[in-house]
Design a protein around this ligand. Structure first.
Ligand SMILES: [Zn+2]
Length: 245
């Protein structure tokens, strides 16, 4: 029993240390070698969103939280719509546009942005290729170019995706999936968190993901009813200590 409590203490310590690191800052990929940013500019007027043009701006390290760039899997999309341009057409289709096509949600604001991009995809791609070609004379070949969104409202400051709670929370949710998702299984449920004691949604793969495995889904002996899906009952740890207000 003492050794189990000791294990839980170690997991907790590691987890909270890691979660603190997981604040937005460390969720983002900061790239010093990004040179230019291509912005798909959308104009908002009276709650309506329309595509305007591609804007080129210099990369600004101070805007990292606004660009909200976080690399995803090499074959899939990135964690947010922001992506690095390898080839304008491929990057637009496989990363940027695909992010919106894959990310389904009933959020009203999000769907207006999504519809605007999908409905204007041909025009956006055409403009994007042109803007990227304009950069070609620059040292664009040796430097990365970021593609992201800029939303303009004549009565407000321009907004990047990182200025919207929707995109920030979406990134945080996606980053948390590793704490409960294994293949197509959701290893989570409602229970008492081992670490904070609160009754809330608890995840089963936290201990594995802080590099500590006194209980892995493979060791079925540890799992209630011998089913991986029940691992959250054995090691119930909530996923949101960093999000406590
Ligand atoms: Zn907790």
């Amino acid at each position: 029993m003492i050794s189990l409590l000791n294990d839980i203490y170690k997991v907790g310590k590691l987890y909270f240390e890691k979660e603190q690191l997981n604040e937005l800052d460390s969720l983002l990929d900061v790239k010093n070698n990004i040179n230019k940013v291509l912005l798909v500019n959308i104009i908002e007027k009276n709650g309506k969103y329309s595509y305007n043009k591609i804007i080129i701006e210099d990369f600004d390290l101070k805007k990292v939280k606004k660009y909200l760039y976080k690399k995803g899997s090499s074959r899939g999309t990135d964690m947010t719509p922001s992506c690095l341009i390898i080839d304008p057409e491929k990057t637009f289709n496989i990363k940027f546009l695909k992010w919106f096509e894959k990310n389904k949600d009933d959020d009203k604001f999000y769907n207006k942005i999504k519809d605007c991009i999908i409905n204007n995809k041909d025009q956006i791609l055409q403009d994007l290729k042109k803007s990227y070609d304009e950069l070609a004379g620059d040292d664009v070949k040796n430097k990365n170019t970021l593609l992201t969104l800029l939303i303009t409202n004549e009565n407000e400051d321009d907004k990047y995706i990182g200025d919207y709670d929707y995109f920030i929370n979406n990134l945080k949710d996606k980053s948390e999936e590793k704490f409960y998702k294994q293949k197509s299984k959701n290893i989570k449920g409602e229970g008492n968190c081992l670490l904070c004691g609160e009754n809330k949604e608890v995840y089963g793969l936290v201990s594995n993901n802080v590099g500590f495995s006194f209980s892995t889904p493979e060791k079925l002996g540890n799992v209630s009813n011998g089913d991986i899906k029940n691992q959250w009952k054995t090691v119930p740890i909530c996923g949101k200590p960093a999000r406590k207000k």
